[in-house]
Write a protein that binds this ligand. Structure first.
Ligand SMILES: Nc1nc2c(ncn2[C@@H]2O[C@H](COP(=O)(O)OP(=O)(O)O)[C@@H](O)[C@H]2O)c(=O)[nH]1
Ligand SMILES: [Mg+2]
Length: 286
């Protein structure tokens, strides 16, 4: 959107309308866009913004602040084991993200174990085992096991017995019904909390940024069902409509713990609101 603001152009209604349209196109969402435009109008009427360049600067700043105010520092894995349950619908990138997250913790010197809690699909278990091999870390669960709750229970016990620092659990992203999926997830979390007091320490929801407003609906449903502690937004490489992060931050007030920027093991980044807003506003198609 940078092209709109080149030079010391004067601010007029046409420019503001164009900014509004482009924010909507980038999936920033109606409510957040409205709030941003209103804030700009206020600053213009108070003569705090006098030209297009300053308008662009202020817009970036407002967007960064909206994301920063819901960010939180990552919880340090102080419990042994620190248990992270990863949820999200099929295809969002859960299993891949768990592989990357395991790498991230291993790099920082932690002992990591994985739990193959997506027993709904045998292929999902195999995929997680492959990520375990890549990271050279243990995976609890094998193809053919049906009961995800017992996999997670075993994994929690094993992680404690083997002094693991971090246990990351995969979960199913699709069952016969949506209600069934949420019930199963609640059950898994209950089992984990009974097996280790205080666990799970985190419930991370994986969202595919490229699905736009649907990601907000998913975030609402999961958060309502299980009380998500943070988000990982995947597929921000490619043609993702990343603006949806604003709607999620504004409505659900959930921090974004990491972003996924590719399919490889190192393609996980801590979320940097400034870098993200700069990249979003820089895109030619908005
Ligand atoms: N480009 C890109 N692809 C990703 C990213 N994360 C996951 N994927 C791909 O998305 C597909 C679904 O991922 P998977 O981990 O199996 O999703 P799950 O069903 O939620 O476990 C796979 O082809 C992954 O390689 C990402 O950050 N960027
Ligand atoms: Mg999976």
């Amino acid at each position: 959107m940078g092209d709109l603001f080149l030079g010391k152009k004067a601010i007029d209604d046409e420019l503001l309308e164009e900014v509004e349209t482009r924010l909507i196109m980038a999936d920033v969402g109606q409510a957040t866009t409205r709030a941003l435009i209103d804030a700009l109008h206020q600053q213009i009427s108070r003569k705090q913004i006098n030209d297009a360049e300053a308008l662009f600067e202020t817009l970036s700043q407002l967007m960064i602040e909206r994301l920063e105010r819901v960010q939180k520092p990552r919880p340090a894995p102080t419990e042994q084991p620190h248990i992270i349950v990863v949820c999200g619908i099929n295809g969002a990138g859960k299993t891949t993200t768990i592989g990357k997250l395991a790498h991230h913790y291993k790099q920082s010197g932690h002992k990591v174990m994985l739990a193959a809690g997506d027993t709904f699909r045998a292929a999902a278990v195999e995929q997680l085992i492959t990520w375990g091999e890549r990271n050279q870390i243990p995976v609890i669960g094998e193809p053919g096991r049906q009961d995800s709750a017992s996999v997670l229970f075993d994994a929690a016990q094993s992680a404690r017995a083997r002094n693991m620092d971090v246990l990351i659990a995969d979960t199913a992203g699709r069952l016969h019904t949506q209600g069934g999926l949420m019930d199963e997830l609640k059950k898994l979390i209950r089992v984990v909390s009974k097996s280790i007091p205080g666990a799970p320490h985190e419930i991370l929801l994986v969202l595919d940024a490229s699905i736009g407003q649907n990601a907000l609906n998913q975030a609402r449903q999961f958060h309502e069902a299980v009380g998500v502690t943070g988000l990982i937004v995947t597929k921000l490489d490619g043609t993702a409509k990343g603006g949806i992060l604003f709607a999620i931050a504004d409505e659900l007030k959930l921090p974004i713990d990491f972003i996924g920027v590719g399919e490889q093991i190192a393609d996980l980044r801590p979320f940097d609101p400034k870098g993200y807003v700069d990249a979003l506003l820089d895109r030619e198609d908005i």
